[in-house]
Every structure is written in structure tokens, then in C-alpha cells.
Design a protein around this ligand. Structure first.
Ligand SMILES: O=P(O)(O)OC[C@H]1O[C@H](OP(=O)(O)OP(=O)(O)O)[C@H](O)[C@@H]1O
Ligand code: HPA
Length: 188
């Protein structure tokens, strides 16, 4: 099956177009440029979902940033967080005394983000903030501050622009909502 046919099979509707996403990146990049002026932030991307957002966002940031990645996981192949966050692959950089900016594609329960923020604070970072593309606030089960975000989203499962469904469809260039019948088929 061609990629486009498969996308039409699983996507209900487009939520954010390529232009919407670029507009978010420009707005957030401008704000971060102002807020991190004179600093050398360590930008830490949360693998794998944040990769697409991070590459566009950081190109809109006119600051001397350094880049690293962490891979933390709590979902496996499912739709619900298991509640247990684990480090799959750690950052290579010493975060002590650094201004850390975590970049995430989406915050749902908030458990992954809270885990990362606590981890970098415990390791002695000077500051730990985050920039998230989508804030699924209605699903939050833990209290975690989100300093910067692109947009709020409702309680729907979104895919594309880094976000996966069964570890696929990350390379859809826009953000779409998964058809409810597809979710029902896979959670049984
Ligand atoms: O707020 P939470 O309920 O913790 O959910 C958000 C997390 O879930 C997704 O990652 P996932 O663990 O699926 O890994 P991935 O980035 O490799 O897709 C997403 O990228 C966030 O990191
Ligand atoms: O809506 C979502 N889509 C993809 N990954 C996710 N991880 C938490 N929520 C989502």
C-alpha cells in the first residue's frame, strides 16, 4: 500500500497543517531567543517523538545552544502510559550548572516530562524548563509546569510530525487525529 493510501485509512482529519506548525516554531523560537539571550542553553530532545519539532524549533532560535538527546519510555506500543518511566538511552552531557531546555512533542499524563525535569534538577542543572509542541492538558495526572508550548489539544490521539501510532507514521508532515475505529481495533 502506498504511504498516502495508508494515511487516509488511519487519519480522521488534519489538526495542524505544515504552515500551522511552522508558525508555532517561529513564535516559540522568537520567545526562546529573547528568554535565553546571553545564555548557552543545553537543549535536550526527548526521543523519538520530539525530533521533527526540535529540528524546526532550534533553527528558529538565535542563541548559542548545545544539543543532546534522551530516550525515555513509558508507553511501549500502547495508548495508555504504563506509569513507569524508564531511561532507554541517557544524555551524554553533564547537566550540572547548565540551563536545560527539554523539547517534547506532546505532554499527555505529564509523567515523562516530570521524570525528565526531576532527573536534570537532581543532577544539578541551574535551570530546567521545557518547550512542548502540544499540551494535552485534559489528560494530565501529575502536576508539572510547562513553560512554553505551541498549542493545547483535546483528548484525542494525534499522529504525525514525530508522533507515532505503533511506532509508525512519524513522518506524516502535519499533525492528524487518529480515527476512533483504528484505536478501538488495536486496544482490544
Ligand atoms: O505525558 P506522557 O503521558 O508521559 O506522554 C508523553 C510522552 O509519550 C510520548 O513518548 P513515547 O514514550 O511514546 O516515546 P516516543 O517519543 O519514542 O514516541 C511522547 O513523545 C512523550 O514523550
Ligand atoms: O496523542 C498522542 N500521540 C502520540 N503519542 C502520544 N503519547 C502520548 N499521547 C500521544
Amino acid at each position: 500500500m502506498a504511504k498516502s493510501d495508508d494515511i487516509n485509512r488511519i487519519i480522521d482529519h488534519k489538526l495542524f497543517s505544515e504552515d500551522d506548525i511552522q508558525e508555532m516554531c517561529k513564535r516559540l523560537g522568537k520567545q526562546l531567543t529573547e528568554d535565553y539571550a546571553g545564555k548557552k542553553p543545553l537543549v535536550i530532545g526527548a526521543l523519538k517523538g520530539a525530533v521533527y519539532f526540535l529540528t524546526d524549533l532550534t533553527r528558529e532560535m538565535d542563541v548559542e545552544e548545545q544539543l543532546d538527546f534522551i530516550d525515555v519510555s513509558s508507553y511501549g506500543d500502547g495508548f495508555e502510559s504504563t506509569g513507569k518511566v524508564e531511561i532507554v538511552s541517557d544524555v551524554a552531557t553533564d547537566v550540572k550548572d547548565r540551563d536545560v531546555l527539554i523539547v517534547e512533542d506532546i505532554v499527555d499524563s505529564g509523567l515523562t516530562l516530570k521524570f525528565m525535569k526531576d532527573l536534570f534538577k537532581e543532577r544539578g542543572a541551574k535551570s530546567v524548563k521545557c518547550c512542548v509542541m502540544l499540551n494535552k492538558e485534559a489528560r494530565r495526572t501529575t502536576d508539572v509546569e510547562i513553560e512554553y508550548y505551541g498549542s493545547k489539544v483535546g483528548d484525542e490521539f494525534v499522529v504525525g510530525y514525530g508522533m507515532d501510532f505503533l511506532n509508525m507514521y512519524r513522518n506524516i508532515p502535519y499533525v492528524g487525529v487518529l480515527k476512533p475505529e483504528i484505536i478501538e481495533k488495536y486496544i482490544k
